[in-house]
Design a protein around this ligand. Sequence first.
Ligand SMILES: *Cc1c(COP(=O)(O)O)cnc(C)c1O
Length: 390
Amino acid sequence: MATLEKKLQDIKDAGTYRVLPINEGPCDALITLNGKQVINLSSNNYLGFANHPRLKKAAKDAIDHYGVGAGAVRTIVGNMDIHEQLDAAIAHFKHEEAALVFQSGFACNAGVIQAITDEKDLIISDELNHASIIDGVRLSKASRAVYKHADMADLERVLKEKRKDFEEVLIITDGVFSMDGDIAKLPDIVRLAKEYRCMTYVDDAHGSGVLGSHGRGTVDHFGLHGQVDFVIGTLSKAIGVVGGYVCCSKTARDYLLHRGRPLLFSTSLLPAAAAACIEALHMLEESSEYTDKLWDNARFFKKKLVEKGFDIGHSETPITPIMVGDEAKTMAFSKELLKRGVFVSGIVFPTVPKGKGRIRCMVSALHDHAMLQKAVDIIYATAKDMGIVA
Ligand SMILES: *Cc1c(COP(=O)(O)O)cnc(C)c1O
């Protein structure tokens, strides 16, 4: 405990210690955080599905029919018809051959990457890939290489140097990068993968439900259906519930049912969660009103921030960072914003590199322009007082 106390003290000395805020109600545009109503600019609930009446009804009906727990791992007796229906609904929505649901996006990366690679293989990863990809790669016996963020020349350099020494090569990238909001250069990655005979793996946690027609994701955005071997997504962000999935060939799905360890050793998704996700996918197929509203809000918010002179990096999606730099200043900015009525979390090392601290604003379909304008006004006034903008 003395060691942990010292490590905690180091975090405090760095100004990055935090006390978790407590949300007393549903995840909405306005939330009651620590007893105070604030504008919520920090959730991944892009489309407002987390508290949507249609999803809640589907979940309640599923509880009445299936109970609350699945009772076993998927490979024993925890594979309910509703899980199979969810797999099929995802494959249909994403225009992919097959899909397989895991308990979370994190579990999906932890399970799939190690299952599809072994010691004779190489994994090549973008340097800004999500932590769950990094951990998934650590669980694999394959060799590893990293290329500079979104740098296709650097990816090709790695391929030229190393491709010949390995049997299979897997190129992994986020579809939308979660801390910067930029989109992977997927057409180039797919082209290089073909040229050098590699498999491709896209984690589209922040692209699914956001990009492409009706939110079908980054692969759809670039018209690359059928050309990415493994398309990962989460059901906890735009879909608003919980769970993760991989879209792949029927063969790969069959193999993962035998070697995807989280499916073999951890109980399957709650049936109520599966039911709510199926309802969400139906809603996305029926209409683009939710994704349209999300993008309208995102464009409005970003335009207002740029007009005020903020550096929002190279975001191309509703994820909108406001660059600050210094870690302690970033955390102080976020804390002061909360006091003034806007909740936007500070993101610092180790989530982003040292010296690249930022607050990360997440716009959703639940906001309206008046609310976003108010948030921009508060952010600007606070930033001015703290010397973050001129
Ligand atoms: C959020 C996220 C995950 C984890 O998804 P969960 O379903 O919350 O476990 C995985 N990959 C990326 C890129 C993410 O942004």
